[in-house]
Design a protein around this ligand. Structure first.
Ligand code: TXA
Ligand code: MG
Length: 332
C-alpha cells in the first residue's frame, strides 16, 4: 500500500527528496489531491502519464508557490494574467499562458502554452517551496472520480507513487477553473472551483471554451470523465427523486435532502448540502460519489443542482460522470 504521511516538516523534506530523485508524490490542494512530479523532469512526467494511464495528448498543470515562479515557466505574462493572479491566487484558478522552453513538451503535450496555478493549501505551497514547481494532474486513474482525501488516492493506486501527503479533506472539492489567456479574449476551458461570475466581476465578459472543443484541450471536455464504476443517472429536476428503472439496489445523491417514503426508496442516500449551499455541495461532491460507488449498488441517481456559481462546475462533473459511469469508462 502507498504510505500516507502526516504533513510534518520531516515528511515534506522526504517528499521533496523523492521528487528530486524523479519519484511521484501525491499531495493535497484546496481543490483535489494532485499527483506531483518535478515540472522540469521529463522522465518523471512520463511516469505520471503511465501511473494514471492518461493519454499523452492531455497536458498537465504546473503548480507554483508564488507568481515569481512564472519567470522560468512562461514566456510573457500578460497584464490581464497579473490582475487575475493578484485577485485570485493562491486559489482554484488555472491560467493558460505562453510557455518557456524550460518546461518539457511532455508537460504541455507539445502545445506552445502551459497551464499554471498557485494552490491555496499550506502543504502544497510548502512542498513546492522545497521541491520547486510541480506538474500535477488530479491523483486518480484517468477518467475516474477525483480524490478529495488521502485515502481516496491510496484506494485508487496499487503503486508507482512514493507517498501520499495527508492534508485532510479538500475544502473546495472540485478542480480549478481553467482560463486560457493565449489569445486576445480570455476563454473558459473548464468550469471549476472559481465561478465564472467571480472572474467576470474582475475582467468583464469571458468566452466559453465551446469554440475550442474540437480538440480535447481539457479532459473536462471529453464526454466521459469523473466517473464512478456504478452506473449513474442524472435526474433532470433539482430536488425531485426520480424513479430508478433498473433492477436492484440504488443510491441517491441528493442536493438538499429528501423525504423518503413508500416503495422504491433508495438503499443509500448522500446529501450534498442540507442548506442548499453550493460551496458545501462542491466540497462534498466527490466524497459522496466515492461512498456511493463503494456501497455495492446497482445504480446511482443524482439530482441536478442550480447552475449558478459553483453549481455550474458541479453539473459539469455530474454530466460527465453520467456519460462515463460503468466498469469501463472512455479512455481507460
Ligand atoms: O484543481 C486542479 O486543477 C487539480 C489540482 C491537482 O491542482 N488538477 C487537475 O489536473 O485537475 P488535471 O490534469 O486533472 O486537469 C488539468 C487540465 C487538463 O484538462 C488539461 O487538458 C488542461 O488542464 N490543460 C493543461 N495544460 C493546458 C494547455 N496548455 N492548454 C489547455 N488546457 C490545458
Ligand atoms: Mg483530472
Amino acid at each position: 500500500m502507498i504510505p500516507i504521511l502526516a504533513p510534518l516538516e520531516a515528511n515534506l523534506r522526504a517528499a521533496a527528496k523523492a521528487l528530486a530523485a524523479g519519484e511521484l508524490v501525491a499531495f493535497p490542494t484546496e481543490t483535489v489531491y494532485g499527483l506531483g512530479a518535478s515540472a522540469g523532469d521529463a522522465l518523471a512526467l512520463a511516469r505520471v502519464f503511465e501511473v494514471k494511464r492518461r493519454p499523452f495528448f492531455d497536458p498537465l498543470i504546473v503548480h507554483v508557490s508564488s507568481p515569481a515562479d512564472l519567470s522560468d515557466i512562461c514566456g510573457t505574462v500578460p497584464d490581464l494574467a497579473a490582475r487575475l493572479m493578484e485577485k485570485f491566487w493562491p486559489g482554484p484558478l488555472t491560467l493558460v499562458l505562453p510557455k518557456s522552453d524550460r518546461i518539457p513538451d511532455l508537460a504541455t503535450s507539445g502545445l506552445p502554452t502551459v497551464a499554471v496555478r498557485m494552490p491555496a493549501h499550506p502543504v502544497a505551497l510548502e512542498l513546492i517551496r522545497l521541491a520547486g514547481p510541480l506538474a500535477a494532474p488530479s491523483a486518480n486513474p484517468f477518467g475516474r472520480l477525483s480524490p478529495t482525501s488521502a485515502p481516496h488516492v491510496q484506494d485508487a493506486f496499487a503503486g508507482g507513487i512514493a507517498m501520499i501527503l495527508d492534508g485532510g479533506p479538500c475544502s473546495v472539492g472540485v478542480e480549478s477553473t481553467i482560463l486560457s489567456l493565449e489569445g486576445e479574449t480570455p476563454v473558459l476551458l473548464r468550469r471549476g472551483g472559481l465561478s465564472r461570475e467571480d472572474i467576470e466581476a474582475v475582467i468583464g465578459p469571458i468566452a466559453l471554451g465551446a469554440s475550442v472543443a474540437d480538440l480535447p484541450q481539457a479532459p473536462g471536455q471529453l464526454a466521459g470523465h469523473y466517473a464512478p464504476r456504478t452506473p449513474l443517472r442524472l435526474l433532470k429536476s433539482a430536488g425531485g427523486r426520480g424513479k430508478f428503472t433498473g433492477p436492484g439496489r440504488f443510491g441517491l445523491l441528493a442536493f438538499r435532502g429528501v423525504d423518503i417514503s413508500g416503495s422504491g426508496a433508495p438503499a443509500v442516500i448522500e446529501v450534498l448540502s442540507p442548506t442548499g449551499d453550493l460551496r458545501e455541495a462542491a466540497a462534498r461532491l466527490f466524497s459522496c460519489l466515492h461512498r456511493l460507488d463503494r456501497a455495492g449498488l446497482d445504480g446511482i441517481e443524482a439530482e441536478s443542482v442550480p447552475e449558478n456559481g459553483l453549481g455550474a462546475a458541479i453539473m459539469d462533473r455530474l454530466r460527465k460522470a453520467e456519460a462515463g459511469s460503468g466498469p469501463n469508462p472512455e479512455g481507460v
